[in-house]
Ligand binder design. Structure first.
Ligand SMILES: Cc1cc2nc3c(=O)[nH]c(=O)nc-3n(C[C@H](O)[C@H](O)[C@H](O)COP(=O)(O)OP(=O)(O)OC[C@H]3O[C@@H](n4cnc5c(N)ncnc54)[C@H](O)[C@@H]3O)c2cc1C
Length: 431
């Protein structure tokens, strides 16, 4: 018997005892791995927090270029004058205190072969699994004349890191009573399907209170929109005569803008002038996702619906708005739901366990007036081929006519639920 073998045999009972005595720490390390998360918004911050809380064996690095994150949700309430910028802006200190390594740098490249991310300062961050949740870029030039320079005159207010909503809010405050607020709304898919219509509502609430002779003209590149009957009921009830919405078949598609003339032009040549013009242009996955080879020709990133692993690059998981995940909407809630599932899949993969079942949730609340909220809910399943909505699981909140005498209380409750949702999800990310 060799010395080594004799020592091992002699040590065996002690080893077995040690394994039993310290099972948690020892076994937890079994699925250890380096998880790098690129983008600290709804998908990325949710993934970091969930991974840190639930899977202590994982080493988590979050790469986010900004020191603070301003949410798009509740940005429309800044337009109404109900919120200020500070109340929708969050820092990463608590995530760091929880044990997430937070790196405030822009990621400039992903080397999927060597499995590392290159940062703007030249540093390389190695990973075993990479999560990418970088949000969206705007397609400058998709509407003729609408580029970054034009957006200073005609704000989009759609991507806070490009332009804070306060720019649009300032223009609204400066608008004369009796002025025209014009909105150009894109075709699907785009960030937050109900977002433009919540924005119409919050601008209308502000105008009703401060500039009641003013008007909103919403020019839409499609013929229908999320929660349409509920929004239109509310506009008729709360802001009669103030909102004119034109869909694509009513020449609503804006194809050209002339910032110097403060004018937009529609597909069939109608020219519409505005005192304030809010252009929400077509969109695509953010540049880092496209440059990393994660996007298809559409500009969006296909994923495996059962895991959210990229369909194009192994060991990279894409979340949130950047993905092709229809019928799930591009929402913060959806991004957070993708995040939790992707993290669970990564932990399972590193530990050699089977992939957990893919179930996703979304609720989108919209504020449409003072104490007046509406919502849409969906539950989804990932199958190997696609994401499907679970039949009979969701829907939109009832219309006032169906609610009868309960309508006012119901709308008030939905507005309260919306506030609760916002507090809960931002606390889950940054609290
Ligand atoms: C007006 C409006 C209202 C909305 N309201 C709601 C709502 O009520 N409910 C809801 O659920 N959703 C809402 N949304 C949608 C929601 O904001 C998005 O769906 C959500 O932000 C998507 O999350 P994400 O992680 O994909 O991207 P984001 O949240 O945009 O996060 C992306 C992050 O990645 C970072 N990043 C990008 N590139 C790099 C890089 N190269 N290096 C480092 N960091 C990088 C960015 O700085 C950013 O912090 C709304 C959107 C708008 C515009």
């Amino acid at each position: 018997m060799t010395l080594a073998r004799r020592s091992l045999l002699a040590a065996a009972p002690a080893l077995a005892a040690a394994t039993l005595a310290a099972p948690r720490a020892a076994r937890a390390q079994a699925g250890a791995g380096r998880v790098v998360i690129l983008g600290g918004g709804f998908g990325g911050a949710s993934a970091a927090r969930f991974a840190r809380d639930r899977f202590p064996q994982l080493d988590i690095t979050l790469i986010e270029r900004s020191r603070t994150f301003t949410t798009c949700p509740y940005g429309n309430l800044v337009l109404a004058g109900r919120r200020d910028m500070a109340s929708i802006t969050f820092g990463y200190e608590r995530l760091a205190a929880r044990g997430v390594r937070v790196v405030h740098q822009a990621a400039v490249a992903v080397d999927a072969g060597a499995k590392r991310v290159r940062l703007a300062d030249g540093a390389q961050v190695p990973y075993d699994k990479l999560i990418v949740s970088p949000g969206i870029d705007l397609r400058w030039g998709a509407i003729e004349g609408y580029d970054e320079a034009a957006s200073a005159r005609m704000p989009h207010g759609w991507v806070p890191s490009l332009q804070p909503i306060s720019v649009l809010a300032a223009q609204l405050r400066a608008m004369r009573d009796g002025g025209v607020f014009v909105m150009a709304i894109p075709d699907n898919p785009f960030r937050c399907p109900p977002g433009p219509y919540e924005r119409i509502s919050m601008v209308a609430e502000y105008l009703k209170r401060h500039k009641p002779r003013s008007k909103i003209i919403a020019l839409d590149a499609k013929n229908g929109f999320s929660k349409q009957p509920l929004f239109q009921d509310a506009w008729a009830e709360l802001y009669p005569g103030m909102v004119e919405w034109r869909g694509a078949s009513n020449d609503g598609r804006v194809v050209r803008v002339r910032p110097a003339e403060m004018e937009v032009e529609t597909e069939f040549g109608d020219r519409v002038k505005g005192d304030v013009i809010n252009v929400i242009p077509p969109q695509m996955a953010a540049s880092i996702a496209r440059e990393a080879g994660l996007a298809a020709a559409s500009g969006w990133c296909p994923i495996r619906p059962t895991t959210f692993e990229s369909a194009q690059v192994p060991d990279v998981y894409v979340l949130g708005d950047a993905t092709v995940a229809a019928p799930m909407p591009k929402s913060g809630f959806a991004a957070s739901s993708h995040a939790k599932h992707a993290v669970a899949c990564i932990a399972a993969s590193l530990a050699g366990r089977p992939t957990p079942p893919a179930v996703f949730f979304n609720t989108c609340y919209s504020h449409v007036g003072d104490d007046y909220g509406i919502s849409i809910v969906g539950v989804f399943r990932g199958t190997p081929e696609r994401i499907v909505e679970v039949e009979g699981s969701g829907g939109i909140s009832p219309r006032n006519e169906a609610l009868g005498a309960r309508a006012r209380d119901f709308r008030k409750l939905e507005a309260l639920y919306a506030d609760g949702w916002y507090d809960a999800i931002t606390n889950e990310m940054f609290g």
